[in-house]
Structure formats: C-alpha cells, structure tokens
Design a protein around this ligand. Sequence first.
Ligand SMILES: Cc1cc2nc3c(=O)[nH]c(=O)nc-3n(C[C@H](O)[C@H](O)[C@H](O)COP(=O)(O)OP(=O)(O)OC[C@H]3O[C@@H](n4cnc5c(N)ncnc54)[C@H](O)[C@@H]3O)c2cc1C
Length: 471
Amino acid sequence: MAVAQSFDLVIVGGGFAGLVAANRAAQLGLTVAVLERGHDETYACNSRYAGGVLHISYHDVKDPQPELVRAVEQITDGCADHALVTALAGTAQRAVEWLAGEGAKFDSEGSISWRQWVLAPRRPPVTHMQWQGIGADVTLRRLEQNLVQRGGEIHRGTRALSLIMDGERCAGVEAQGDRMRRAYVAHAVVLADGGFQADIDLLRQHVSPAPQALKQRNAGTGRGDGLRMARQVGAAESALDAFYGHLLSRDAFHNERLWPYPQIDELASAGITVDAQGRRIADEGMGGVFLANAIARLANPACATVIFDDAIWQGPGRSSSIPPNPVLVREGGTLHQAATIAELARLAGLPVHELEITVGAYNEAVRSGRCDALDPPRSANKRAPMGVATPPFYAVPICAGITYTMGGIMIDGSARALRPDHTPIPGLYAAGSNTGGLDGGHACGYVGGLMKAIVFGLIAAEHAAGSLQAK
Ligand SMILES: Cc1cc2nc3c(=O)[nH]c(=O)nc-3n(C[C@H](O)[C@H](O)[C@H](O)COP(=O)(O)OP(=O)(O)OC[C@H]3O[C@@H](n4cnc5c(N)ncnc54)[C@H](O)[C@@H]3O)c2cc1C
C-alpha cells in the first residue's frame, strides 16, 4: 500500500458537510484533504441534488435560538439529543453567514417564513431531478474552488475503506483510488459520507423488510461506509430505523418524471392511506415523512394507496409548490377516479367491502370528532382530517421515497464520534447525514438535512483546529 502525504485533517465525502468542514479547517490554517468516492467533476451526492432550502424544522434559521430549539424538540417529540439541538440552533445563524462569506447566494420565497434562505438560483418547479446550475450545485462548486485556492486537496475517485487507529486515537484513513490503495495519515478525520439510504443490506437490517420496494429518492451515494468504519473502531450509533423521505406515485419506479416530485404527502395527510386489504396503515395526521416510514416497515411496502375525495383534490392537492393536482396526471402518474367508493376499490384493485368499511368508519369518526378512537388513531398533528365524502373519489397507488437515513453515528455537540459510554474517540468526527441523535425518533421528526450538514461540518473543523492548536 502506498503512503500518501499526511494532513492535519482528512475528510471522507465531498457533500456540504465535507466541503464546509474542509474550507473552515483550511481557513483556520490546517492542511486538508477531502476523499470523494465520485469520479466526475460534478460527482453525484445528495447535497448537489438538494432543493437548497436552509431551514431548521420548518423555521427561519435566523429565528432566536430558543425558538429553534423548541421547533426541533416539538417535531422530534423530545427525542433529539439536547446537546445536538443546542449546537444546531446556536450555530445556525453564524453558519449561514459563513456560507454567504464563501460566496453562496440566497433567495427567499416571500411569505413562507421557513423559506427565507434558499440557495440561488432556485430550483425551477419541475417534477424530475434537475440539479445542474441550481443553487446547491453552484454552491458546492464554489466551495470546491475556495478549498483549492486555500491549498486544500480534493481526491476524487477515492473511496475510504477503513480508519487507521493509533491506540485509542484515529490517525487516518485507508482508501482505494483508481489505481492503488493508500494510507492517508492525519491528526483527525471527519466522516461525512452522507448516510446509508442506498445500501440495501443496512436498509433491510434497520429500515424495511423489503428495501427494494422503497423508491431511492436520492443520489444513490450514501452506502453506509462511514457507519461501518465508525462501528469497526467502537463508535456508538443512534436508533437507525427512521429516514427522511416522502410519499411518491408508485409509477416513480418506472417514470423518471415522477421523482423527486410531486410529493403525495398533502393528499395522504388530509385523506386515508390504506394497504392491500383496504385497511388504514398509520396515523395520517403525522404527515408524509411519518407515513413513508410506516409504509417502509410493512412486509410489502409497495401496497399502499391514498384514498381521498374531490374536496381534498381541489384543496390540499393544490397546496404545495409542485402540487399533485395537476402535475401527477400531466407527468403520467396513475389517478383512479370514481363516483362511488365501491367503484373506486374495483379500479384500484382493493377489496370493495373492506374499503367501504374503512372509509365509512373514518367519515363517522371525522363527523363525530372521535378520530382518536380509530385504529390506528388519527391525529391532527400536521393536518386536520377531512372527510372522504364529496364525489368524485380518487385513489393514488403510492410508494415510500427514501431521501436519507436520519439515524447514524452518535456524536456530541462538538461533532466528535462517541463510544457507547459517551466518551469521544480522539481524532474522529462525523457530520451530516451519517450522524444520529438529532432527527428521527418515533415521530420521524425532520430537522433539515442541509443545516445539519453545514452546521456540524463547521463545528467539526473548528474543534479539530482547536485541539491541534492546543497540542
Ligand atoms: C432531492 C433532494 C432534495 C433535498 N432538498 C433539501 C432541502 O431543500 N433542504 C434540506 O435541508 N435538505 C434537502 N435535502 C437533503 C440534503 O441534501 C442532505 O441531507 C445533505 O445534503 C447531506 O449532506 P452530506 O454532506 O451529509 O451528504 P452528501 O451530500 O450525500 O455527501 C456525501 C458524499 O460522500 C461521498 N462518499 C460516500 N461514501 C464515501 C467513501 N467511502 N469515501 C469517499 N467518499 C464517500 C459521496 O459520494 C457523497 O459525495 C434534499 C435531498 C434530496 C435528495
């Protein structure tokens, strides 16, 4: 194995977490190398595919810190690690200002309070994956240029395989390049490889009994390498079962124009989501991310159908920025329509009698205000229930789209990887979607993947620089 030169900091992954950490470390005087598995100049990663909305749990990142803390605690139903929430909320404003100092440009979406910091230029409202020249892509390219100008290195086509340990301390990374395997010796390492959403084995172990039936709503680059490397050296991990994602038309498996949008979340959270037996699957009032997780846990996740009426189709169906009404049908997605629930069941391939019973019981519960007595209960957490009573009635066959895994390597508020006893592993940091403890939990609470990556990338670099200077 060839020995590469040594660096102060080696970073695994060139998404926002990795490139923010690299630039901040270089700015603070550290020698830095980023190892990136992708070969192309514009290698795929979730950061490049992102819509670019910087928010914290659907709040403006510049809201006062206590408000941001409350927002995260509320959406995660108290599951988020307090040290991580405090670090995120307390660093958010400075992180966005730092990014602006790197040359990032922002746009805002007027009256929508949590869309005040959108990387410019904004993504056009198209359904299919379009990332070239959009805010996230432009900002990543800028960060790479800045890194090179600061003397940092990015080694593309280089896959990190394992961590080098010197006793208890992480002292570098072994990686496979195009031609050879190399040891990258370092004072510290940041794992920023983006999660395990695209690794079928890890998904089967932790997320779904049938991971092939989940639509990969992501760049396909999060293969769990960082999690495996951290496990090998004794790092702790959070619960790994929750992911951030959305409900998509099931046709997205064969129609590229139906992902990453339109999301079917609004229709599902206003109406009813049923399985192949015509029975409700989970509390629709918890929203699309929660439902996507519940569907993923079914023995057959490719069996879910959203049932709704014309009031929902004309209301919530039009309410998002790329709404299913009318784009679902325009882009080739299936929408069954019928004058009665029985006819709808026949069109959607659902058992007629069972669906009539489900819809009848649900409508009765909505009318009487007793949705808590349904099985499963129906809350108004994200959206109040609407009856399914105004014809025509509709059915959309859906699937769970997985964007990134929310569980991962356990870190502290300084982005240090922790052992099960909560002591840090010296020299080892993790940042971005490969970390756990912040989002997820039983409520599948979403905190905001970009802010998680940017803030903890920044924090990891600053802590590594501080500990090097203290030596
Ligand atoms: C369609 C879509 C829209 C989104 N929109 C938003 C949004 O508007 N707002 C928001 O907050 N979040 C959004 N997200 C989520 C957000 O993009 C991610 O949470 C965030 O970018 C993750 O950054 P990261 O650096 O942790 O991971 P990534 O961006 O995935 O980067 C990880 C990098 O590590 C590399 N890598 C993996 N393994 C190795 C290895 N062994 N060795 C070397 N390199 C490796 C990968 O190739 C990749 O380049 C969106 C995601 C998608 C897919």
